[in-house]
Ligand binder design. Structure first.
Ligand SMILES: [Zn+2]
Length: 339
C-alpha cells in the first residue's frame, strides 16, 4: 500500500470558505457569525472525485492522510472562539470525506489554536476528532500568530497539556504552520520551510522527548532546511553536550517527502535514516505546475522515490511501514474503514 501522509482538503466546497470569510467579517464587526452553510454529500464527492481521488489514481497511490487546508487554518484571525468554530467545521468536513471515501482517506484534525492562548484549549477538539471521527493525528501550528512567533517554543511547558493528550491518545502531530500574515514571509515559499526548520531546532534545544518519550512529530516538506544542514545541527548538539541526534531526536521526529525535485529526495534519503522518512506529496497544494525539466508535476513525489537508490524493502518502509509505526492508530483505522 502507498500511504501519502500529507494531504489537505484544498478543494473544499466554495461555501465552506465563503462562510469562513463571513465569520471573520462578522467577528471584526462584533456581530455573531451567520449559520454554517449546508453542504451536500454530492458536493463533497464532486470536489474529491475531480480532485484528490483523481490524482491518487493517476499517480498510483492508495491512501491519503487528510486534513483541513493548512493555509486556511488562519490561527491569527479572530480569537479562540472563532478558531474553535472554524476548526470544528473543517474537521467535520474531513470526517465526511473519510466517510464517503473510506478506502482513500483517513483523517487528521486541525486544532483550534490562537496566538497566546493556551494549547490546553485544543485538547477537547483533539479528543473529539480521535474518538468520534477515528482521526489518527493532528496538525500542530508552532506559530499561531502567522509569522510573528508570539508563542513559546515547542519545548516549553506551555504546550504540555496538548502533548499529554496526544500521548494519552497515542497520536502524532504534523508540525504545520498556516498562512503568513507577516509580509516578510511568503506562506508556502518561506514561512512553511522556516516553520519546519524552527520546529526542529526548538526540539533540539529542549528536553521535550526526555519528558515525553512516546511523543511523535512529523516535520513536513522534507524537514525544511534540516537534512541539508544536518552537519550544523549535529555540531550544535555536540557543542551543547547533547546526545547524538539519532538518540536525542530521531526516535520522536520524522520527516515527510514533500520535496519537489530528485536531488532533494536523494539528499533526504542519504542523510536521514530510512525509518524516519514517510512518503508524502501534499498534492494539489503549494506547487501545482509541471516541471518542464521532467515533464511531470513537481509534487508527483512518488516518481522521485521510485528513482532512489534504496532497496525495495526500504521503499516499502517509506511508502507504508513507517506511517503505520508513527501513526499508531493507523492500522486499526485502516482495518475499520476498509471493512
Ligand atoms: Zn501541508
Amino acid at each position: 500500500m502507498i500511504i501519502d501522509c500529507h494531504g489537505h482538503y484544498t478543494t473544499s466546497p466554495r461555501q465552506h470558505e465563503t462562510w469562513r470569510a463571513e465569520q471573520i467579517a462578522a467577528d471584526n464587526e462584533g456581530r455573531a457569525a451567520p449559520p454554517r452553510p449546508a453542504i451536500t454529500d454530492d458536493e463533497i464527492r464532486a470536489t474529491i472525485v475531480n480532485g484528490q481521488l483523481k490524482v491518487q489514481q493517476e499517480r498510483g497511490t492508495d491512501l491519503t492522510i487528510f486534513s483541513p487546508r493548512a493555509a486556511g487554518m488562519g490561527h491569527h484571525l479572530g480569537d479562540a472562539s472563532t478558531s474553535e468554530a472554524w476548526a470544528t467545521a473543517c474537521n467535520e468536513l474531513i470526517h465526511r470525506v473519510c466517510t464517503l471515501f473510506p478506502r482513500n482517506f483517513i483523517g487528521v484534525c486541525m486544532l483550534p489554536q490562537s496566538a497566546r492562548v493556551s494549547p490546553r484549549n485544543c485538547v477537547a477538539e483533539l479528543e473529539r476528532c480521535v474518538q468520534q471521527y477515528g482521526f489518527v493525528g493532528c496538525n500542530l501550528n508552532p506559530d499561531p500568530s502567522g509569522g510573528f512567533w508570539q508563542d513559546p517554543p515547542l519545548g516549553d511547558k506551555y504546550w504540555y497539556p496538548l502533548y499529554e493528550k496526544m500521548v494519552e491518545l497515542d497520536v502524532p502531530a504534523m508540525i504545520h504552520v498556516s498562512q503568513a500574515c507577516n509580509p516578510a514571509f511568503h506562506t508556502t515559499g518561506s514561512h512553511y520551510l522556516n516553520g519546519d526548520t524552527a520546529a526542529f531546532m526548538q526540539c533540539l534545544t529542549s528536553d521535550l522527548f526526555k519528558n515525553f518519550p512516546t511523543l511523535k512529530f512529523i516535520i513536513p516538506h522534507g524537514g525544511g532546511a534540516v537534512p541539508y544542514h544536518w552537519g550544523r545541527f549535529r555540531g550544535i548538539a555536540q557543542d551543547m553536550k547533547l546526545p547524538p541526534l539519532t538518540e536525542h531526536l530521531l526516535r520522536n521526529v520524522f520527516f515527510d517527502t514533500c520535496v519537489y525535485h530528485l536531488p532533494g529526495q536523494e539528499l533526504l534519503a542519504k542523510v536521514i535514516p530510512i525509518e524516519n522518512i514517510l512518503f508524502a506529496s501534499e498534492m494539489i497544494g503549494a506547487v501545482r505546475g509541471i516541471d518542464p525539466e521532467t515533464g511531470h508535476h513537481y509534487d508527483d513525489t512518488k516518481r522521485y522515490i521510485e528513482q532512489l537508490p534504496i532497496s525495495a524493502a526500504d521503499k516499502a518502509k517509506v511508502y507504508e511501514g513507517n506511517a503505520r509505526q508513527v501513526y499508531r492508530r493507523l492500522s486499526a483505522q485502516i482495518a475499520k474503514q476498509f471493512g
